[in-house]
Design a protein around this ligand. Structure first.
Ligand code: PLP
Length: 390
């Protein structure tokens, strides 16, 4: 049977009435104390790299996520970069990363002068497939003296980065076991997943380190920003040091004890973060309500499946996604073109990382599931404001 676009778009119209478009994917929503906190920064002159909102935002994030510690950064990419450095990733290591992810996941490995090694994802969680990676590593790697060595390249495989796609938690128990078995550091790219839980526990601190993002399109925003999460106080202190030029405390001397980064989050942005974090419970509710509206609208419809939470997981429902039953590129492009013509600014998932020109030569396991999903997945308009209206 030929794939029919019209019934799907008609169903989406019940959530996205024609009169109100165009519908963007995920817009910032600033309805809390943002004005008053930012005004406080301006009035006090504390707009830049230190100030009370930075400390406060870090404390509130640690509390909300129940991670022992949060260190805020200039963006999520910087947070992930430093998380990898602290996980011990050094030049010429290999780091396992999902082929299905945003480019920052892979770029941060390259910033460490390490080699990304791509792995496949699981159909239901959209996160790294622990079982498939286990079989793959059994074949290509060996563990010796507490290190995982790639038999083909001879390099150390130091870490596995997992990503919680669109806010849906990856299977963290299975992935933690995998990392233990192969002596890998587990790092979570939780950029999309603030508010998401795996077996009741907030994501981002199941491994040694995790990274959050507060970019404009994420579930809460600081304009631009990110955070490193860890349960380890020593790692957290080092994270703060590495993101603030490794300056030794002194009233006037400029002494620095290692090569570090100027990745700190300005106080202005942290002020936005404090205000936004207060609104997070409502934002989660509204995103859930929107998800349920899509669920209702698409119920019983052929040719399409809404991506849903798997057992034991609470998604923040940051980005709503459907998978088209047809997995050919032409169907996907036609569907997206029709959506855009009608003011529904839907997007495909990312081009797979192992297809990008700078990473085509990097090692990769077969990524059949990721490849198929990249021809099926479509992100739908997911802004908080839509959840208020449905
Ligand atoms: C948004 C995002 C990042 C990077 O965050 P920035 O704050 O934009 O640097 C990293 N990984 C994933 C999966 C993301 O979605």
């Amino acid at each position: 049977m030929a794939f029919e676009t019209a019934p799907i778009i008609n169903a989406l119209r019940r959530v996205l009435p024609e009169a109100r478009g165009p519908y963007h994917l995920s817009e910032p929503h600033l309805q809390g104390k943002e004005w008053s906190y930012v005004k406080d920064c301006l009035d006090s002159g504390w707009v830049s790299s230190v100030g009370k909102y930075v400390d406060r935002f870090e404390q509130e994030l640690a509390q909300y996520t129940s991670a022992g510690h949060a260190v805020v950064t200039v963006n999520g990419t910087a947070a992930l970069h430093v998380a990898l450095v602290l996980a011990g990733v050094v030049a010429d290591d290999e780091v396992l990363v999902p082929a299905l992810s945003f480019v920052a996941t892979t770029n941060t490995v390259a910033y460490c002068h390490a080699v990304p090694h791509f792995v496949d994802c699981d159909e239901s969680t959209l996160g790294v497939d622990a079982h498939a990676v286990d079989e793959y590593l059994a074949d290509i790697a060996r563990v010796k003296d507490g290190l995982c060595i790639n038999r083909h390249s001879g390099r150390i495989i130091r870490a596995l980065v997992v990503m919680h796609t669109f806010g849906h938690p990856a299977d963290l128990d299975a992935l933690s076991d995998l990392c233990e078995k192969y002596c890998l550091q587990l790092v979570e790219d939780a950029a999309e997943a603030l508010g998401s839980r795996y077996k009741g526990r907030h994501v981002g601190h199941h491994g040694c380190l995790g990274a959050l993002s507060f970019n404009g399109n994420k579930i809460i925003t600081t304009g631009g920003g990110g955070a490193i999460l860890t349960d380890d106080a020593r790692v957290a202190r080092h994270a703060k040091h590495l993101t603030t030029t490794a300056k030794l405390p002194h009233p006037w001397r400029f002494d620095h004890d290692e090569i570090a980064y100027n990745y700190r989050m300005p106080n202005l942005n942290a002020a936005l973060g404090c205000a936004q974090l207060q609104e997070l419970p409502q934002k989660l509710e509204q995103r859930l309500r929107l998800h349920q509206a899509y669920e209702q609208a698409l119920a019983g419809l052929e040719g399409v499946t809404l991506v849903k939470e798997v057992e034991h997981c609470r998604s923040n429902h940051w980005l709503q996604a459907i998978a088209l039953d047809n997995d050919d590129e032409e169907t996907l492009q036609d569907f997206l073109a029709e959506c855009h013509r009608q003011g529904i600014l839907a997007r495909p998932a990312w081009t797979l990382q192992n297809r990008l020109p700078m990473y085509q030569q990097a090692p990769s396991m077969p990524t059949f599931t990721a490849e198929r999903l990249s021809r099926q997945l479509v992100n739908l308009p997911s802004s908080v404001i839509l959840g208020e209206e449905v």
